[in-house]
Each structure stands twice: as C-alpha cells, then as structure tokens.
Write a protein that binds this ligand. Structure first.
Ligand code: GLY
Length: 412
C-alpha cells in the first residue's frame, strides 16, 4: 500500500456523538477527586517500590517480574522491571500537577533515580517499551521541574532505544534480541507511543538522528500496520536484510485479521503524537481514520470490548484501558482540527466516554480496590489480567480527567 493513499475512512457514523454532550463539569471534578484519593492511599506503599502491571482481584501487589521471569531473578518485590512502571510515576506527576502537593514530587524524584539506575545498568531495557517507561517518568519530571538527572536518564534510554532500529526496514524492532529469528524485524502498533522519546531526544540534543528514526518508523506504520479498511494489525514483520514488508500478525488480538482494540487506540493517540512532532498531516488524518473505525464500533455504554470484532451480546470482556487511551488521543486531536463539525463530534465522543468510564468502570464499582479504572484486559489469550485493572488504564484515565479539567502540557 502506498502511504495512506488507499485506506478507507468510514467517516463519523455515530448519531449520538453528533449532538452536544450534556455533561455537567462537576462530574469530572468528582471523578478526579475520587481518583486522587485512591492514589493518596497508594503513595506510601508505592514510592520505593512499583506496583504490578495489572491487579489480581482488583488489587495491585508489588511488581515482581514485569512480563519476563528473567528480568528480576532475585524476585525483589516492587522492582523496576517490565514495561509498565513508568505509568505509576506518570500518575504521581499528574497528581502533583493537580494538587501542588510536594510529597508526590518527592516520590517522582525517588522513582527517577530508580529509572536512572535502570537505564545506566541496562536492567530489562531490551525492549521498545523504553518510550512508555521514560516519557512518563523522566521526560515528565524534566519538563515539570528541569530535573537534570531525569533528562540524562531519558537520553540514556533514547540511546538504548536506537539500538533497536533496523536500518534496512526503517523500523524499531519491538521485542527480543535483534538476531532472534522469531522476533527479528517485527514492529508493533504500540510502538507509536514510544516514538515521542526519540522526537524529544532530538529536540533537547539537537541531534536529528533520533527524530529521523522515529519519523521513518511512523511512516512505515502508516503504510503497513494499517490495513486498507482502516483497521490495524497488532504486529507486522519486515525482512531485516532487504527491508521488504512481509506480513501482519497478532499476539494480543483475537486473530491475525481482527482489530485488537488497544492496538487501534495506540494508533489513534500514537499517530497524533507523531503529528505533533513532525507536522506531517498524514498522521493527523490517520488518527481520524482509526478513531472513526473505533468509535463506529462503540457499544451501548461506549466502552469497547477487548477486540473490535466483538460488541454487545458477544459475552466477551470490555477493555476499559483501550477507551481511556483513545479518549486521550481524541482530546489531543480536537486541538488541531479546523472543521467545527469534526471538532464537536470528537469532543462529544471523548467527553461521553470519560463520563461512562467514571460512572461504570471506575472505583465506585469496588471501593476496596486500590486501582482507578476497573474492567480492563491485559492478555486475553493467556488469561492474564482479564477483567482486572491495569496501570496504563489508570494512567490514561487520569490523563483524560486531567485534560478535561485543566490546561495540560503533554509529558509525551
Ligand atoms: N503494550 C502492551 C499492551 O498494550 O498490552
């Protein structure tokens, strides 16, 4: 497929989003107050130690393995391993911005030191997820307070991420060793969220090499990870020697030709972030295309099922985190639209989804939980984190609430 030229944009089909959202702003203030109370309750346990990626019975325990048993062989509880610890640090920064309470900032600084040590000693850094990890921890801390240790840690992470760049294909390999025959040349849609670390590194160092790699990866995602019908593959393989695009597959979605809901959400937000740093309007257009497909499949309560092949009546679980991620992408998208009809549609969609997340998926559902957003799905096929909260769902729910209650400068 040539760049974005033959991708179907289904258009904005949901009548409900066309009429103005009738939502009193107090609902969002109540939501954020409830969320902050929950974070306050977690602060002491999770300052020197990190929570696990997802809950068990709606409760976070200490992080042990991340996702790889090899990552923390001594099984130190609360270790900074895996791809999700930065979401917790990002949550603390958001609460600091909301409250001005310096205890949160101190906790962020403690965690920045952990991230610095992690990058310098290359602890569980053999992954493209360095962007998720370091944008929300160290880049955010640097942006908020000018913390130089945070800046240097984030730059170390950007350098490590560049080691995953496959020159012949123009992509960042997602997982595994670069010569692993099962992982070689695999890009994944999630990686769009890791590119801001590289764009940022070029901005702060003046070295164009990081941005060039990120831009090339994003263009390849536009060409190959998006299918002609405006859906997305979870993963796509390239030949690492010739650069030839090979085939799309899934790991976390329902099937190779289904549309994994979280992948589509990563695409909505991720292409927007590449637009912000490159001003290439193809990325903004693609964000709309993916958003239309996603929103056109909204169920009755507006919170999507874990794969967009499923809807009401399927008996499948919802993934609240996908809806939270998509909302953040939409709330960014609307800032860059000139067309009033589009702006109103995506604003209404975003606000109504946040309202539904608060009313039906947040902590009212289980007061004893230490999470913010319930009913997510991490990995359905492996029955891992199914109908549980997860750290990224909590982070994007709080980012969405922050976006609808105040002017907010992105950490990405
Ligand atoms: N990035 C991994 C996931 O979305 O589950």
């Amino acid at each position: 497929m040539s760049l974005n030229s033959s991708v179907l944009n289904e258009g904005m089909q949901k009548e409900f989003f066309k009429s103005k959202a009738d939502i009193h702003p107090t609902i969002f203030h109540n939501a954020i107050t409830a969320a902050i109370q929950k974070v306050e309750g977690n602060l002491e346990s999770f300052t020197d130690k990190f929570p696990a990626s997802s809950t068990i019975g709606n409760s976070y325990a200490f992080n042990i393995h991340g996702d790889s048993r090899a990552a923390n062989p001594e099984k130190i509880p609360g270790a900074n391993v895996g791809w999700t610890t930065g979401f917790w640090t990002g949550i603390l920064s958001l609460v600091y911005e909301q409250t001005g309470d310096t205890r949160y900032l101190q906790a962020v600084e403690t965690q920045v030191n952990s991230f610095k040590e992690r990058a310098e000693n290359e602890i569980d850094c053999n992954t493209h997820d360095l962007g998720f990890l370091y944008s929300l921890s160290c880049v955010a801390a640097y942006k908020l307070t000018g913390n130089e240790a945070a800046k240097s840690a984030a730059l170390s992470a950007a350098k490590l991420l560049m080691n995953r760049y496959v020159e012949a294909a123009g992509i960042l390999q997602a997982w595994g060793n670069m010569d692993d025959p099962n992982e070689r040349g695999r890009m994944i849609i999630d990686c769009l969220m890791n590119l801001p670390l590289l764009y940022w590194a070029s901005e702060v160092t003046g070295d164009p090499v990081y941005k060039a790699a990120a831009y090339k990866h994003a263009q390849n995602a536009l060409s190959h990870i998006v299918r002609p019908d405006g859906t997305t593959y979870h993963t796509f393989f390239y030949d690492v020697f010739t650069g030839e695009p090979l085939k799309g597959t899934t790991l976390q979605g329902h099937s190779d030709d289904s549309c994994w809901a979280r992948g589509q959400a990563w695409g909505i937000y991720g292409f927007m972030l590449s637009y912000l740093y490159t001003k290439d309007t193809r990325f903004l257009e693609m964000s709309k295309t993916l958003a239309n497909y996603f929103l056109n499949r909204s169920p009755e309560d507006l919170v999507v099922y874990w794969d967009l092949d499923f809807t009401d009546g399927s008996g499948e679980p919802r993934d609240s985190s996908s809806s939270a991620i998509a909302v953040c992408g939409l709330l960014e998208l609307i800032k860059h639209l000139a067309d009033e009809e589009e702006k109103q549609y995506y604003t209404n969609a975003a606000l109504n989804i946040v309202k539904s997340l608060y009313e039906h998926y947040s902590i009212h559902q289980d007061e004893a939980s230490n999470a913010l957003l319930l009913h997510g799905v991490y990995f359905k096929k492996y029955n891992h984190g199914v109908d549980e909260a997860n750290l990224w769902g909590d982070y994007f729910y709080l980012e969405a609430l922050t976006r609808v209650t105040k002017d907010w400068n992105l950490y990405w």
